[in-house]
Design a protein around this ligand. Structure first.
Ligand SMILES: Cc1ncc(COP(=O)(O)O)c(C=O)c1O
Length: 318
């Protein structure tokens, strides 16, 4: 941000970030009954522009999460997109950012019920660089002893705040044991995803990822990678169950997500993946993802929302 002043959208208004506060009695704090999104904004220095990546798709997923959690939404997807653009403009960033919308249950009464419980919405932005510092070298990960949550427990398809207690356990153990991150398995022992990102495996030239029914968050980055890998590189990803030992025998593995972007995994449970270095398929996909998110591939300008949309800028305002 260019100065100290930062704004949030909170309970229907743009306010100073320091005034965006809830009571300690609030339902979401007590019971984890919120849903959120994470959206990246990429700063383009030359154009003095911020590109929000797949803004609309993030809010469409957020509305699904809200429906699952019985959180009512006062806004349409268009209104949420417009609010975000306004907020980013007010915060005047001059570097990459992360946008965090949160919808939550706002009752201050004791009791876990989602009914008779008002819903609220807020959104803020923060400057945000690489999620994995030194990620270019590739990550060393472990298989977590924590299992991914089940769809019939806390559905991972919805980005529920309380569900991230599971993510936090997996991530923290991995880091405390000396790894960069973790891969979590489903209750039936198949690969689900990373702590907060989806996973791809490459074996004998085949690109493989998990089915949506294996308790993953259906990632917007994952969906984007599947689409542009097919369209631009002619690589068609298979979606099927992945066994744990396929990870040990893989030629390449990489994670993808809004925060993580595309990052290779070079070691799993102290077994080098392939050559132990970032592989060619990951490199191609990572480089193309970088170009697409930074507005360098015209065909994918439709995935970017420019915030300032100045006259003559290469991507028109939405
Ligand atoms: C648990 C989990 N899986 C996967 C992802 C990747 O999803 P996306 O690409 O939509 O950011 C995230 C990140 O939001 C996540 O938290």
């Amino acid at each position: 941000m260019t100065d100290d002043k930062a704004y949030a959208f909170f309970e229907g208004k743009f306010v100073d970030i320091d005034d965006a506060k809830v009571s300690i009695k609030t339902h979401v704090i007590q019971y984890g009954t919120g849903v959120f999104e994470g959206i990246r904004g990429y700063w383009n220095e030359k154009e003095e522009e911020i590109y929000l990546f797949r803004l609309r798709e993030h809010f469409e997923r957020m509305l699904d999460s809200m429906k699952i959690m019985r959180i009512e939404c006062k806004y349409s997807v268009d209104e949420l997109c417009n609010m975000t653009v306004e907020l980013v403009k007010m915060n005047k960033p001059n570097s990459d950012i992360y946008v965090r919308p949160l919808a939550y249950k706002n009752s201050t009464a004791i009791g876990p019920g989602l009914h008779n419980n008002p819903s609220e919405f807020c959104c803020y932005t923060v400057p945000f660089g690489a999620y994995f510092k030194g990620g270019d070298e590739g990550l060393k990960v472990m298989i977590s002893s924590w299992r991914r949550l089940e769809d019939n427990a806390i559905p991972p398809r919805a980005k529920v705040t309380g569900a991230y207690a599971n993510t936090a356990q997996a991530k923290t153990d991995a880091v405390l044991y000396g790894f960069d991150d973790a891969i979590v398995l489903t209750e039936d022992g198949h690969v689900s995803e990373g702590s907060a990102m989806n996973i791809f495996v490459v074996k004998n030239g085949e690109l493989i990822t998990t089915p949506v029914s294996d308790n993953i968050l259906v990632g917007i980055t994952l969906t984007s990678v599947i689409e542009f890998a097919k369209e631009e590189l002619g690589i068609v990803a298979s979606r099927r169950k992945i066994d744990r030992t396929e990870l040990y025998a893989a030629d390449e593995i990489f994670f993808c997500g809004t925060g993580a972007e595309v990052v290779s995994v070079v070691d799993v449970d102290k077994r080098p993946v392939g050559t132990g270095k970032t592989g060619p398929m990951c490199t191609k996909i990572r480089d193309l993802y970088h170009k697409i998110t930074h507005g360098e591939v015209e065909k994918y300008h439709r995935w970017l929302t420019p915030v300032y949309a100045k006259k003559g800028s290469k991507i028109a305002a939405r």
